[in-house]
Design a protein around this ligand. Structure first.
Ligand SMILES: [Zn+2]
Length: 114
């Protein structure tokens, strides 16, 4: 494993910790305000915010899952390789999208297929 992957692992671990915090924060905020506000306008805002929090939370949990999977690949020593074609994922891509498991070409192919 090239030495430079070590910095990506730290980035992944930091990202994972940040996501967990964010998810917990969203969860706490929802519990903190049961039946918040009796006014109709307040309720509508509350529902809107809860829906928004829920979808935000889902996307955070989704990202966290991918971060965890990437860390697992680190442990297995397969990090940095494309899960589809087995080639090395472009360094520039890993730096931006640390948890990715596919190379650019495979992502493009998947997009065309879907
Ligand atoms: Zn690939």
């Amino acid at each position: 494993m090239p030495r430079s992957y070590g910095s990506l692992k730290r980035k992944l671990e930091e990202e994972g910790a940040r996501l967990k915090e964010e998810i917990e924060r969203l969860g706490v905020r929802e519990q903190e305000r049961p039946g918040y506000g009796n006014h109709m306008a307040d309720d509508a805002t509350g529902v809107f915010e809860q829906t928004r929090n829920l979808s935000l939370r889902e996307s955070l949990e989704d990202t966290l899952k991918r971060v965890d999977e990437a860390l697992e690949r680190f442990d297995k020593g397969s990090y940095g390789g494309c899960e589809d074609c087995g080639r090395e994922i472009e360094w520039g891509r890993l730096k931006v999208l640390t948890y990715t498991s596919l190379c650019v070409e495979c992502v493009r192919r998947h997009e065309r297929e879907s």
